[in-house]
Design a protein around this ligand. Structure first.
Ligand code: UDP
Ligand code: MG
Length: 244
């Protein structure tokens, strides 16, 4: 049985934390009762430099609920780095880590399936969005166009997978050796080479609060997702230069 740590990044999530902690606690209790994970499993909320009461709420939740722990970053470093900080902290005391956004738009049933796949021997389990009708139209279409652009450029990434995934301790140890600084975890993790599989993830609407992924943050992530894994844009620029 693994000791599971659920890593969840939070940026200005005061509106959703109580709901999120309630849902994740009952999920952990269910998995413990089913004998799938150790009772020492817990949730690690990563406060990514929030400007609202997110950290105070994490501290309160930690005092009254032994399943809740917190990690407070010095400033807002962004979703990818916040997840990385959480995973690298959790790796010291977890057998398996699941990363999931604090708003729990991802499918908790799929999280349960991830544990089953881990128990079958997989080191990495990707949540793949099979339905994202709850996402706004612009977000849905731009995300799908981006995944297509990535594969057209020869980048190996899981189609329609964001950062909802399970990783075993040894996969995390391998990730820790990866020296990349422009973090685009969806591109790095498939390169680790461990046995991996997918589970279906049905996206639901945000219960409270608003999306913290601004257009600027999305574009920066997309640029990292292309420029960190392929030199093709550089070849195109050189080609256009020669042509001119
Ligand atoms: N988040 C973060 N740092 C940021 C922006 C977002 O840690 O700078 C977290 C946020 O709190 C949430 C997750 O990343 O847990 C995904 O953000 P959100 O749900 O707002 O994005 P969306 O679902 O709209 O893509
Ligand atoms: Mg969300």
């Amino acid at each position: 049985m693994p000791r599971l740590v659920i890593v969840s990044p939070c940026y200005n999530e005061e509106a959703i934390l109580a709901y999120s902690a309630r849902e994740l606690t009952s999920l952990l209790e269910r998995l413990i009762a089913a004998g799938k994970i150790l009772p020492t499993s817990h949730v690690l909320y990563v406060n990514d430099g929030s400007r609202d009461r997110t950290w105070e709420l994490i501290e309160e939740l930690h005092r009254e609920n032994h399943f809740i722990d917190g990690l407070c970053l010095a400033g807002n470093v962004g979703h990818q780095s916040a997840i990385m900080a959480g995973m690298m902290t959790a790796r010291d005391f977890a057998d398996a880590v699941v990363t999931i956004d604090a708003d729990l738009q991802d499918d908790l049933g799929a999280l349960e399936e991830m544990i089953d796949r881990y128990l079958e021997g997989y080191d990495i389990v990707y949540g793949v969005k099979v339905s994202r009708t709850a996402d706004p139209l612009l977000k849905r279409t731009s995300a799908l166009a981006f995944y297509r652009l990535q594969s057209a450029m020869g980048i190996r990434a899981i189609y329609n997978h964001a950062d909802f995934r399970l990783m075993s301790r040894r996969a995390l140890d391998a990730l820790a050796c990866y020296p990349e600084r422009n973090l685009y975890l969806r591109g790095i993790i498939p390169q680790l080479g461990y046995a991996s599989t997918t589970v279906d993830d049905v996206i639901s609407e945000r219960v409270a609060g608003e999306s913290k992924y601004t257009l600027r943050k999305m574009l920066l992530l997309a640029v990292d997702g292309i420029t960190s894994f392929t030199t093709r844009p550089i070849s195109w620029i050189i080609g256009m230069g020669l042509l001119c």
